[in-house]
Design a protein around this ligand. Structure first.
Ligand code: NAD
Ligand code: GLY
Length: 363
């Protein structure tokens, strides 16, 4: 087992990465209370992995309760959140109750937000089961639900007490989801570690084949980079925004197509090509780097072009959707751009240039 620490003063926690991890031992080491445990999962993950997790939790907790949500991004809503609150209240859960998020980023984000707000905050543990959740969403304490007007618009920064990335759970993950998770892995190279991008260029096929040591390296290096960023800027006052490389365009794609039609990682993949191309047109990076990144994304089996969201004014529709972004300031869209390989910068760009990029990168 490999362990990465998130360094946040009194809220430090470990990310355990490996196979057949001793969850009981990790919980005992985290000094969580042993009263009630509430596992939040969804119908698909629950069927595959819930019994094993509940059995382990029963070794530690007096009572283990389970909430199964319907599957999918379209259930990352106020209604699902309220269903969780109602269950917690009906079960008389108190402030020492520990919540466990067993699933991908959807379950992780909504469980984290429920834990952040139930009785003004109760402890929670992330048990991520998708590649995307293991390399990104379970780490760093961003929790949220979607609003019909924008993705992840309602939420809180609230850190888990422990993250356990069991690589065995990825065995059941469909290949499309594995590819989508790879988008969040690929992003770490251009923004922070060009050596990792080089390694990926040589190893992407092994990752797609779920090679054990390649997967372990992917999760470990991604968590290290994310931990390094989050430890410096927990609440995204500056640096942390670089983790949103490709996300401004990507969120517009997800919202514009209707949540769930394009997976989050697929939107991020096409969004990274657009953001790299915008960087090139602003003179920050050369064409060879854009081609290199595009080739890696294509080899991962991810889209390198965005969809047409509006046949009459596609760029206008993207711009409209991108203005509803948490990085926007005073209605001005701010993009994560590549400022030379391995370095990112966050800044605005002229609408006319963004329109050119959208025209060139969609279809
Ligand atoms: P997801 O949670 O919808 O999971 C993808 C699909 O895989 C679902 O159908 C799920 O049921 C299924 N699944 C999960 N684990 C499985 C397994 N082991 N075997 C078989 N099927 C499995 O999607 P995701 O890609 O994990 O996460 C996307 C979400 O994460 C988005 O809502 C996005 O906004 C959020 N996100 C949050 C952060 C953050 O920092 N909090 C970062 C990135 C993304
Ligand atoms: N996924 C982006 C972040 O955690 O900041």
């Amino acid at each position: 087992m490999y362990s990465v620490s998130i360094d946040l003063d009194r809220r430090c926690y470990d990310i355990c990465i490996g196979r057949n991890i001793d969850l009981v031992g990790a919980i005992l080491a985290s000094k969580l209370s042993a009263g009630k445990a509430v596992v939040v999962t969804n119908a698909i993950v629950g069927k595959l992995h819930q019994d094993r997790i509940v059995a382990m939790l029963e070794e530690v907790f007096e009572e283990v309760l389970v909430i199964q949500l319907p599957d999918g991004e379209s259930y990352k809503t106020w209604d699902s959140l309220n269903h969780i609150f109602t269950s917690l209240l009906n079960w008389e859960c108190d402030r020492k109750t520990v919540m466990f998020a067993l699933g991908g980023g959807v379950v992780g984000d909504i469980t984290g937000f429920a834990a952040a707000t139930y009785m003004r905050g109760i402890p929670f543990v992330q048990l991520p089961t998708t590649l995307l959740a293991q390399v990104d969403s379970s780490v760093g304490g961003k929790t949220a639900i979607n609003h019909p007007l924008g993705k992840n618009m309602i939420g809180a920064f609230y850190q888990p007490r422990l993250v356990v990335c069991d690589l065995n759970t990825l065995e059941t993950l469909p290949i499309r989801e594995l590819r989508a998770g790879l988008a969040e892995v690929i992003k770490y190279g251009p923004i922070a570690d060009i050596g990792f991008m080089e390694w990926l260029e040589g190893s992407v096929d092994k990752v797609l084949a779920k090679d054990s040591s390649a997967l372990a390296h992917v999760v470990q290096r991604s968590c290290e980079i994310k931990a390094w960023v989050v430890s410096q800027d927990e609440k995204e006052a500056g640096l942390r925004a670089i983790l949103n490389f490709g996300h401004t365009f990507g969120h517009a794609i997800e919202a514009g197509m209707g949540y769930g039609v394009w997976l989050h990682g697929e939107g991020v993949a096409a969004g990274m090509v657009m953001a790299a191309e915008l960087s090139r047109r602003l003179g920050l990076v050369d064409a060879a780097f854009v081609e290199r990144l595009t080739a890696l994304i294509a080899r991962a089996g991810l889209p390198t072009k965005g969809p047409v969201l509006d046949a009459a004014d596609n760029a206008g529709r993207y711009l409209e959707l991108m203005r509803i972004d948490k990085k926007s300031e005073g209605g001005e869209i701010r993009f994560v751009l590549i400022d030379g390989p391995g370095k990112a910068v966050v800044r605005a760009a002229p609408d006319a240039l963004v329109r050119e990029v959208i025209d060139a990168c969609c279809g």
